[in-house]
Design a protein around this ligand. Sequence first.
Ligand code: ZN
Length: 131
Amino acid sequence: MKSFSLKTNSHSEMINITSRIQNVVYESGIVDGIVQIFIPHTTAAITINEGADPSVVKDIIKELNKIVPLRDSYLHMEGNSAAHIKSTLVGASEMVMIENGSLVLGTWQAIFFCEFDGPRQRKVFVKILEG
Ligand code: ZN
């Protein structure tokens, strides 16, 4: 398993990590297989969505904030229940195929690390399976 660190800069943001994942794939030397990306945090997540227009991820964050308000009658005393809920809604892992050494993504797709309780120092775990 490989991993890399990520410093997030705001409370909620989506950071395009496609090139960092692609670099891990290149360094592995594996040209055909599957890469699993896993986020070992309970207030962050990973997703695949449009990387071309930065407005898209801003809209996703804006609408997630409507679905899961920052303040509500949450029981969790740490004060970051909204971030925990968004982490579960978006999910902790993604799998992407590798063909000829490259990630198989649609034209407009990118892989995003989702921060919901930043800024923090975060980790991304990457496992590559050959075949
Ligand atoms: Zn918490």
